[in-house]
Design a protein around this ligand. Structure first.
Ligand SMILES: Nc1ncnc2c1ncn2[C@@H]1O[C@H](COP(=O)(O)OP(=O)(O)OP(=O)(O)O)[C@@H](O)[C@H]1O
Ligand SMILES: [Mg+2]
Length: 208
């Protein structure tokens, strides 16, 4: 079992949206996938509880250590984390993860609130030097804008790849109401969004 942790202590940065869409995107790509919600608000589990049965299956995981599973287990677990995750809880969460996805919105407030987290993550403080593969997903970003350029400049100092930019669209909110993702919506509505996710799915599935 391979674990993808979706984390950013900044509230509302897009963690649950990224976690649920990633899980659904992997499921749509014929992968076996679990969702593990370690946020007490349980937004990701709410999404899962209303997800229609006819859609590509995302299963629920409630605990344990993904690394304890059989090493031949090729399934995925996507872990949604709470706002404010830091210290020992962050350390523990990182210990579970093979890869970390950090959703970041291109506002000055979001970048400032993400700074300490990135500093801690990349200095090895919180994962004790264990090799960690991390990437950023820009949330509500149009890549042609000044906001995107500012985000890129901000991330340059961290040497973190920007895996994708997800545009600002109400489709994410509408899909979430129905336990769906952009991968489950009609193509004419969300083809562009599914396309924006492609490099994220490839990065996740790529060799470690
Ligand atoms: N690309 C997007 N376009 C439009 N709205 C979005 C997009 N991504 C996320 N949102 C919306 O932004 C809000 C916050 O997103 P989300 O709940 O995923 O953040 P979060 O980091 O999980 O929040 P919390 O820290 O409270 O857990 C939600 O209403 C969500 O629907
Ligand atoms: Mg959330």
């Amino acid at each position: 079992m391979r674990a993808i942790l979706v984390a950013n202590p900044k509230g509302g940065s897009g963690k649950t949206t990224v976690a649920t869409n990633l899980a659904a995107g992997l499921a749509a790509a014929q992968e076996q996938v679990y969702l593990w919600d370690i946020d007490r608000q349980k937004s990701a589990l709410t999404w899962l509880s209303i997800r229609p049965d006819h859609l590509p299956r995302v299963a629920r995981l409630d605990g344990g250590d993904p690394k304890d599973r059989d090493s031949t287990d090729r399934s995925w677990v996507v872990i949604d984390t709470p706002a404010g995750l830091h210290g020992k809880n962050l350390e523990h969460a990182l210990r579970l993860a093979d890869k970390v996805i950090i959703p970041v919105q291109p506002s000055v407030f979001d970048m400032a609130a993400t700074r300490d987290f990135l500093d801690a993550l990349l200095s090895g403080q919180v994962h004790h030097g264990r090799r960690l593969t991390a990437g950023v997903v820009g949330v509500r970003v149009d890549p042609r804008t000044r906001a995107a350029a500012t985000l890129e400049a901000f991330l340059k100092q961290y040497d973190l790849p920007i895996l994708a930019y997800l545009r600002d669209t109400v489709l994410y909110t509408n899909a979430a109401f129905l336990g769906q993702s952009v991968f489950d919506l009609p193509r004419y509505l969300a083809e562009r969004d599914a396309e924006q996710w492609k490099p994220v799915i490839d990065w996740v599935r790529g060799g470690r």
